[in-house]
Design a protein around this ligand. Structure first.
Ligand code: F6R
Length: 596
């Protein structure tokens, strides 16, 4: 998804900061990149492809200047070409603009501007912004007034930043797309996300919807839509640059899979007492007992929500799950008594935000379960619970999924009012058990055995059913191979027609009452010559039914699936690794999907 970086400082570091920032934003997914430096005139450089392609095209003499903006683009309007890459300028090159989001009224604006003689050089919705600014400048408006005038005409979602020739100021505004300001010693930053400038500063100010920022080498001024100065709070970010590096792993994904014990410890810290079976989530102290719970989420987070909803129901709390993009408040019983929980690691996913905003509008209580402090979800919901997984750079979500599962188990306890002491004990033991899985896993050998298969199927029942869906999603997104996950009982209602000797079936059989039924499903696929990989905490019994076993320790019927999922993450990783895929940045995918 598009990423923005901006810097203004008198230390001659503009070029370096912008390029470092673009690299720090790569994890969001993108297909072209560019920078604009404001000196006496504007210098704009942009290229289709990776940041490295842009760097190769830059002048050897460096970029110079005091103020600059940069952008990684993830195509929405028009293909990834040099012309469609940001920054965009007006006819006279009097301003350069970068934008993240979607301008919904761009066609009308563009038609009016073209009728007024403006010539466009790209297919993007963004390009209307510099032309609108040019129009306002022509009436004698100052750069700031022209920027505000242009932004006031935009409908849709945007984080936008602009620089003008001969000016040290970066102007910015946001509406429903993230933008954060950074306070440095020698200059000031702005970006879509903190990793873009964390190497330089950990002091940040989050811009709110409807706010504007004037960023100068000497300071930052935030104003509201009317131009009144707004008091802002400077927050200290706990991430250090080391956290965001690969720390010796070949890929962020493998690093993040291996970080899961630590992520879960952080998630559980000071929240679970195994002595008396209590769970205390400080952030949720003000959450009153509510009626039914509705989860809204996408992708991996949706799978976590399916798992969490089952946990809630088991503790007597009625809970349903909705794909955020399919959530319609007017067709559902959503009222003041409903708790709508958005499960979203980024806190910026457009579909999830749209569902949460709809729930807010009808007066439901909203809760964000997120990894990202200061994200849109965290700020716009009535309540927020952090999963505390730490930064996740790989596009494929791994440690955030495990942390969501554990956070949802704790949320269930909070909403139910009590938790069995045994479950608290199991939660506390879970990080060490994940470590055990990581230490003993034979997933790499299994991956090697099946790397040439045509397709992969994943089956599980109960708490394992969402893990089957997640196992398939991970496999398809990073290996580019066909993979499907099913509730095990569904296999015989259609998908069995696809099963054969080239389609290994991964079956999660962990110690719950439904395990014997899943063994029956294994027999069905074996009869069709499909290889079976059992992921199980009972290898002695289940191993007799399988070609390979991926063993996990037992964490009880509800939590063992968390461990089974770690094995599936590793299998997907090693198949993708053997196939030489772009594991951290799979094709066509973005880390943070900020369009609907
Ligand atoms: C897959 C993956 C995506 C995200 C989905 C929602 O590995 O990461 O399916 O889970 O785009 O993202 P968040 O959780 O940020 O709302």
């Amino acid at each position: 998804m598009c990423g923005i970086i901006g810097y203004t400082g008198t230390d001659g570091a503009v070029g370096d900061v912008l390029l470092t920032g673009l690299e720090g934003l790569e994890y969001r997914g993108y297909d072209s990149a560019g920078v604009a430096i404001a000196d006496e005139s504007l210098a704009v450089h942009k290229r289709e492809g990776e940041v490295a392609a842009l760097e190769a095209a830059l002048p050897d003499t460096g970029l110079g200047g005091t103020a600059g903006i940069g952008h990684t683009r993830w195509s929405t309007h028009g293909p990834p070409t040099d012309a469609n890459a940001h920054p965009h300028t007006d006819c006279a090159e009097s301003v350069a603009v970068v934008h993240n989001g979607i301008i919904e009224n761009y066609q009308t604006l563009r038609a009016d501007l073209e009728a007024g003689g403006h010539e466009f050089t790209s297919e993007t919705d963004t390009e209307v912004i510099p032309h609108l600014i040019e129009t306002a400048l022509a009436t004698g408006a100052s750069p700031e007034a022209a920027f505000r005038e242009a932004v006031s005409q935009l409908e849709g979602s945007y984080a936008v930043a602009a620089v003008f020739p001969g000016s040290e100021t970066v102007y910015a505004a946001r509406h429903e797309s993230p933008l954060v300001l950074g306070i440095g010693d020698d200059g000031h930053y702005l970006a879509s996300d903190v990793p873009a400038f964390i190497e330089y500063t950990d002091r940040v100010v989050y811009l709110e919807d409807g706010q504007f920022a004037r960023v100068n080498p000497s300071g930052i001024v935030v104003t509201d839509a009317q131009g009144a100065v707004v008091e802002t709070a400077v927050e200290q970010i706990a991430w250090d640059p080391e956290d965001a590096g690969k720390a010796g792993y070949d890929h962020y994904m493998l690093k993040e899979i291996n970080e899961q014990p630590q992520a879960l410890r952080q998630c559980l810290r000071e929240r679970v007492s195994e002595l008396d079976g209590t769970v205390t989530i400080d952030e949720l102290a003000a959450l009153e007992p509510t009626g039914p719970v509705q989860f809204v989420a996408c992708g991996t987070s949706y799978h976590a929500a399916l798992y969490g909803a089952r946990f809630l129901r088991a503790q007597g709390v009625p809970a349903q799950c909705f794909l955020a993009s399919e959530y319609t408040v007017d067709q559902l019983p959503v009222g003041e008594e409903t708790l709508v929980v958005g499960v979203t690691q980024s806190g910026e996913t457009a579909d999830t935000m749209s569902a949460l905003r709809a729930a807010n509008r009808v007066g439901a209580t909203t809760l964000a379960l997120t990894n990202t402090v200061g994200s849109s979800a965290a700020r716009e919901c009535d309540h927020v619970m952090y999963i505390r997984a730490g930064p996740e750079i790989s596009v494929a979500a791994t440690k955030t999924f495990a942390s969501q599962q554990v956070a949802l188990a704790m949320l269930a306890a909070t909403l139910a009012g009590e938790t069995p002491t045994a479950l608290c004990e199991r939660l506390r033991a879970l990080p060490d058990q994940v470590q055990q899985v990581l230490d003993m896993s034979n997933a790499r050998a299994v991956a090697e055995a099946y790397e040439a298969s045509d397709a992969y199927f994943f089956i599980g029942r109960g708490y394992n059913a969402p893990v089957a869906l997640e196992g398939a999603l991970k496999m398809k997104e990073i290996t580019y191979k066909h993979a499907e996950g099913f509730a095990a009982g569904e296999l015989k209602h259609g998908p069995l027609a696809l099963v054969g000797e080239q389609t290994p079936v991964f079956a999660m059989v962990t110690g719950d009452a439904s395990a014997s039924k899943t063994l029956g499903n294994i027999k069905e696929v074996e009869a069709r010559d499909a290889p079976v990989v059992a992921v199980t905490d009972s290898p002695a019994v289940v191993g007799q039914y399988a070609d390979h076993v991926l063993e996990v320790p037992s964490a009880g019927p509800r939590l063992t699936p968390v461990l089974a999922n770690v094995q599936l993450q590793l299998v997907a990783y090693w198949v993708a690794n053997r196939l030489g895929r772009s594991i951290d940045k799979p094709r066509n995918l973005a880390k943070s999907v900020t369009v609907e």
